[in-house]
Design a binder for this molecule. Sequence first.
Ligand code: FES
Length: 83
Amino acid sequence: MLRKQKIVLCLGSSCFARGNRSLVEVVRKYILRHNLEDSVEFKADHCFEQCSLGPNILINGRLYQQVTPENIEAYLDEGLKIP
Ligand code: FES
């Protein structure tokens, strides 16, 4: 079986307050739109200890910072290698 790709959204208090709260839904919809339910594991975690550059998201181990609703899709495309 193929290893799943992994998205970890920081929902520590700083990232949560800076906007990651609303990105949960954005990531969920992205996964559905690209039919990635079986190949991507999406979970939340707490503080990555990078609060000052948050909101943060890890995509396949790569840390993306200052994530917004405007730039997150480009980060997901890049991190998940979606053309
Ligand atoms: S709360 Fe997200 S890095 Fe600290």
